[in-house]
Design a binder for this molecule. Structure first.
Ligand SMILES: Nc1ncnc2c1ncn2[C@@H]1O[C@H](COP(=O)(O)OP(=O)(O)O)[C@@H](O)[C@H]1O
Ligand SMILES: [Mg+2]
Length: 299
């Protein structure tokens, strides 16, 4: 975080709505410096940016703890530029979730270290994927949204809602439009996960790595600690990368998964796997995943 160059990040992320107040503060600060005849003795751009992130983090926490109903206040934000109003389409999607999906879907978490198991998905809902916390479904009538349903007994829902509130909008992340106890309505990200690209033999260009690096830098700038970025959580579409899972970004411990994955990308994938005419079998990918996890445990 300390090494983040804020001025270049500001241009890069182009989140003008968010940064406008920051620009104003910097200008004000510079003007005051000029008036008082001091030469830039006031806090640096980076310090102001960090203070702003902390303030927004505290506000998000307060907003979260103040709410007393089980419906989380993401959609009631006063900033229309950041969270759009709950429109009719999300309302219709929500209705389908309550009337069909939730009463009928059957999910189970067999082992916290393995993806949850979906025993039944009601038609026409489709299962897009599963992770260690939740299953993600889409509906053919609502192509822009997905619903992420947490398995009974799995923690992490509140944290994920908070992370999305802090992330606001960025092209490499999904967005949370609505959250209610146990599920979130998210923007659908299209593409193939990095893991599936390896399995299907689809090329993963360097631009994907650059996109994810920038997205993680942005998340750090927002006061988060990116965590658990592995092949299932990165989506590739038209040569660009997006991150589908931010549920662990509030965890405080360090996580080297993305750095390790990048090392494997440059030392194994690019010289060897990229040139194979076929994909890597699933059993092989699973063995590498389990071996990596074991190695990290004993380290
Ligand atoms: N916004 C999304 N758009 C499309 N697919 C998604 C989205 N979010 C998750 N998925 C799919 O669902 C899978 C599991 O979601 P994920 O958020 O990783 O769950 P968990 O937090 O349990 O690990 C992902 O690997 C991905 O295939
Ligand atoms: Mg995941």
């Amino acid at each position: 975080m300390d090494t983040l160059d804020c001025s270049s990040s500001i241009l890069e992320y182009r989140v003008h709505k968010y940064f406008r107040p920051l620009f104003r503060k910097i200008q004000q600060n510079d003007r005051q410096c000029g008036e008082k005849g001091r030469h830039r003795a006031n806090p640096s751009t980076l310090q102001i940016a960090l203070a702003d992130v902390r303030e927004r983090f505290a506000q998000a926490q307060l907003q979260y703890s103040n709410q007393n109903a089980h419906i989380l206040p993401l959609m009631q934000s006063n900033d229309p530029g950041i969270h759009p109003p709950l429109d009719a389409e999300i309302g219709a999607f929500l209705h389908l979730i309550h009337s069909v999906l939730l009463p009928e879907v059957q999910l189970e978490s067999l082992n916290p270290e393995d993806p949850i198991v979906v025993h039944f998905t009601p038609c026409p809902w489709q299962l897009l994927g599963t992770g260690n916390y939740a299953a993600v479904f889409c509906h053919p009538e609502h192509p822009d949204f997905v619903v992420k349903v947490y398995a009974p007994g799995r923690e992490g829902f509140e944290e994920e809602v908070r992370v999305y509130a802090l992330l606001e909008q960025h092209p490499a992340f999904s967005r949370c439009f609505y959250a209610e106890q146990g599920f979130l309505i998210l923007l659908r990200l299209y593409g193939t996960t990095m893991y599936d690209c390896l399995h299907l033999g689809k090329a993963i260009p360097k631009q994907v790595i650059t996109d994810i690096d920038r997205a993680l830098e942005y998340a750090r700038f927002k006061g988060l600690r990116p965590h658990d970025i592995h092949g299932h959580n990165v989506m590739v579409k038209n040569g660009r990368g997006t991150i589908v899972d931010v549920s662990d970004f509030l965890k405080q411990e360090d996580c080297s998964t993305w750095d390790d994955l990048k090392t494997a990308y440059y030392w194994i994938y690019r010289p060897f796997l990229l040139h194979l005419p076929w994909g890597v079998p699933r059993w092989c990918l699973t063995a590498v995943r389990k071996g990596y996890r074991y190695y990290k445990k004993i380290l």
